[in-house]
Design a protein around this ligand. Structure first.
Ligand code: GNR
Ligand code: NI
Length: 189
């Protein structure tokens, strides 16, 4: 029982409002029109943007997925989060602000892709096997990096989202329509 007259510390967050819980955000699915929007470059990497990136990461882990673009939670800014670590490995969160591909290999790599915005549909997409990209990290520092394998697949998939392009847009119209039909049915259920 409390007997002292000191301020109760029932809610540390109420006393320290700068400590904010991360928040889960809703992931938009096809055929949501916002997914077709072209996202805008980020002007400055500040605390508000880091709050967005924290929320995106938590939403991605919960889904679960290995990458998430801001437009998938309805925010048209050029921001991506990613974690390619396996479940049994320590987390390796990564953040990409205003990413640009500055080089892509002629060699391509076919890979069976999925997308949190096209749930439960998977199909093969062929993309450059290696890319060189530039971006700003969580601290807003410029980075140049080479990507190959799963990293190359995922960053290209995510960067497509920033331009309103989904992996099913790389498939035949028939397959794309089948995928959207499947998601609509799933959403109804
Ligand atoms: O979680 C995801 N898995 C995945 C698998 C193969 C190729 C790309 C991806 S990205 C996807 C998460 C997502 O939709 N990101 O936009
Ligand atoms: Ni996706």
């Amino acid at each position: 029982m409390r007997v002292s007259g000191t301020t109760p510390n029932l809610d540390a967050r109420a006393q320290r409002p700068y400590l904010r819980a991360m928040a889960l955000r809703e992931i938009l699915v096809v055929p949501h029109p916002v997914l077709k929007q072209v996202s805008k470059p980020v002007a400055v990497v500040d605390d508000a943007l880091r709050v967005l990136m924290d929320d995106m990461l938590e939403t991605m882990y919960e889904a679960p997925g290995i990458g998430l673009a801001a437009i998938q939670i309805g925010v048209a800014q050029r921001v991506i989060v990613m974690d390619l670590a396996r479940e049994d490995e320590p987390k390796t969160p990564r953040y990409f602000v205003n990413p640009e591909i500055v080089w892509a290999s002629d060699e391509t790599l076919p890979y069976e892709e999925g997308c949190l915005s096209v749930p439960e549909y998977y199909d093969e997409v062929e993309r450059p096997a290696r890319v060189k990209l530039t971006y700003l990290n969580y601290q807003g520092e410029p980075v140049e990096e080479d990507a190959e394998g799963m990293f190359a697949v995922c960053i290209q998939h995510e960067m497509d989202h920033l331009d309103g392009v989904l992996f099913i847009d790389h498939l035949s119209r028939l397959k794309r329509e089948q995928a959207i039909k499947k998601v609509k049915k799933l959403v109804r259920a």
